[in-house]
Design a binder for this molecule. Sequence first.
Ligand SMILES: [Zn+2]
Length: 93
Amino acid sequence: MDFKVYDSPTRYLFKSSKKNEAHLVDLLARDMIGECSCEHYQFKLLPALEAAPRAERAEQSAKFRCKHILTARNAVTDIFLCALKATSEINEQ
Ligand SMILES: [Zn+2]
């Protein structure tokens, strides 16, 4: 998927492959479950999230995330793991 950092390290812009449109992902929104402007999120996942009890939101947060949110979270995890790896390499010296 084609995406880049938008206006902060927790907000990403995805170019849609089929249509000439873009989706904005905010990873910190909704208690870090995240938010996306794509149709799947806006019309399926967000209504389900808003209807879910608070405990279910926290325990099953992944099921309320669209492919854009999951992809962005994965990219952020990779960056964070690289930083942790670099930190542990420094500590080993
Ligand atoms: Zn999305």
